[in-house]
Design a protein around this ligand. Structure first.
Ligand SMILES: *[C@@H]1O[C@H](CO)[C@@H](O)[C@H](O)[C@H]1NC(C)=O
Ligand SMILES: *[C@@H]1O[C@H](CO)[C@@H](O)[C@H](O)[C@H]1NC(C)=O
Length: 428
């Protein structure tokens, strides 16, 4: 048996040995407790993320040299304007979303091999194809911020950046079969009442395939400045509804923070989302956690409430929103593993926080801080070998329309990984 197999399946028994063999430090829990995770008396446990990949600019596996040269010359491809946001892992690939925030972004969904020998400026391959990334037709992918991959290898892609000029197509959810070269299985175009065709921003997505009624749901944050909310999509019914509440808006007091010397003063609403792990029985409730970006507050809502479309059309459902706690700082992406550990970025601290949902929020800890390196931890992914990945992308610079972008020797995008010995929330 290989080391990986043992730690993969019995990592919870051989914790110290597995941790040593994967060269990570064991968390050292302190006896100190703070009520509020954002108080100054922060207790840190050390869990060190290792750098896995980095990019000073993004380039692709072009079909030919002439295609590459022509795209550069015509400014269809402006290297410094390409950015990556959502990352997810399936089999031997890391998939990444490339939001079209500036001109010259020829691709919006791509992948790299998960274990490339080369670790710097690895070329990205468009997925499912160059054609599916062309903006010519609304059936191809237009402007993608994130995605999730279910246990059957179906990628649920949210093609919903609709606050800029790069497309006039309706925002949509596209299901791609990763076991069949990314074949389109299902498409849902969001009506304007659910996601604004001019002003909407589908930001992040979690998948719930565990319901009693044989349906599968996606819970999606709409980060729109005009109409933010939490969107529920039913796969079987191919329909969606939206929940709107003040807990999904920014807090003015949390809306001024600095990351990598760049101030962020925008009032950015609901963004990060995470789903509690699959329960033993499908009838057992699951919980969606969400937070506005310009806020310290973390909120929770039962999937039973979210799935009940008629109930969400009343005002009673808001009584079920639970305030969980105040995080140490503002966050973008979050993820939950199958043991109930929530990992979330701490944007102004260049750090990562962790909290187990079965404990009080006062046990939330900052677990790793990399000043000047872990810049804007945005998106998390988990593989099936016990590793957690995080992409740090400084994405606020790409959103700021006037921030000058240029290619330098400084890495702009970094993917780190940490051995946790767990799987994602999609597993029990
Ligand atoms: C971009 O990638 C192509 C291969 O697809 C390669 O020929 C070209 O040299 C690369 N450009 C840079 C600047 O790395
Ligand atoms: C943000 O905070 C900085 C430092 O405290 C301050 O100088 C600046 O005026 C603030 N900006 C806004 C828009 O509140």
């Amino acid at each position: 048996m290989q080391i990986f197999n043992i730690c993969d399946y019995f990592g919870f028994i051989f914790v110290a040995w597995c941790a040593k063999n994967s060269q990570v430090q064991l968390p050292v829990e302190s006896g100190l407790r703070t009520i509020d995770a954002s108080s100054s008396n922060i207790v840190r446990i050390s869990n060190t993320f290792e750098l896995e990949y980095q990019w000073t600019y993004i380039n692709y596996t072009w079909p030919s040299q002439s295609e590459y040269q022509n795209s550069l010359a015509s400014k269809r491809y402006i290297p410094e304007n390409n950015a990556m946001s959502g990352i997810k892992i399936y089999n031997d690939r890391i998939y990444m979303a490339l939001p079209r925030l500036r001109a010259g972004t020829p691709v919006t969904l791509a992948y790299i091999p998960a274990s490339s020998a080369k670790k710097t400026n690895v070329l990205l391959t468009p997925f499912p194809s160059w054609g599916m990334n062309a903006q010519a037709s609304c059936s191809s992918l237009q402007n993608v911020q994130s995605m999730e991959i279910d246990r059957n290898g179906v990628m649920w892609v949210i093609d919903g950046i609709r606050f800029n000029k790069f497309t006039t197509c309706p925002p949509k959810l596209v299901l791609l079969d990763l076991n069949n070269r990314g074949k389109v299985l299902q498409t849902y175009n969001f009506p304007n009442e659910i996601c604004l065709h001019n002003g909407g921003f589908l930001n992040d997505i979690v998948i719930d395939s565990s319901s009693v009624n044989e349906d599968e749901y996606a819970y999606i944050t709409d980060n729109s400045g005009q109409d933010p909310g939490l969107i529920v999509f039913s796969r079987r019914r191919n329909t969606a509804w939206k929940l709107r509440d003040r807990t999904m808006f920014a807090d003015v007091e949390s809306a001024n923070f600095t990351v990598d010397n760049v101030p962020n003063v925008n009032l950015v609403p609901i963004d990060g989302i995470a789903l509690s792990p699959v329960q033993k029985y499908p009838s057992d409730d699951r919980v969606v956690y969400y937070c506005a970006l310009s806020s310290h507050a973390l909120y929770a809502l039962s999937t039973r409430v979210l799935q009940n479309e008629p109930f969400t059309k009343t005002d009673y459902w808001r009584r079920y929103i639970r305030f969980v706690g105040r995080k140490q700082a503002q966050s973008d992406g979050m993820v939950l593993d199958n043991k109930g550990n929530l990992y979330y970025g701490l944007l102004p601290d260049d750090a990562i926080g962790k909290w187990n949902i079965f404990d009080g929020f006062e046990t939330a800890r900052e677990i790793d801080r990399k000043p000047g390196v872990m810049i804007w931890p945005d998106s998390f992914a988990m593989d099936n070998a016990g590793f957690l990945y995080v992409l740090a992308n400084g994405i606020n610079k790409y959103f700021a329309p006037t921030f000058p972008l240029s290619i330098t020797t400084d890495p702009k995008f970094r993917i780190f990984k940490l051995y946790t010995g767990t799987k994602s929330y999609l597993y029990q």
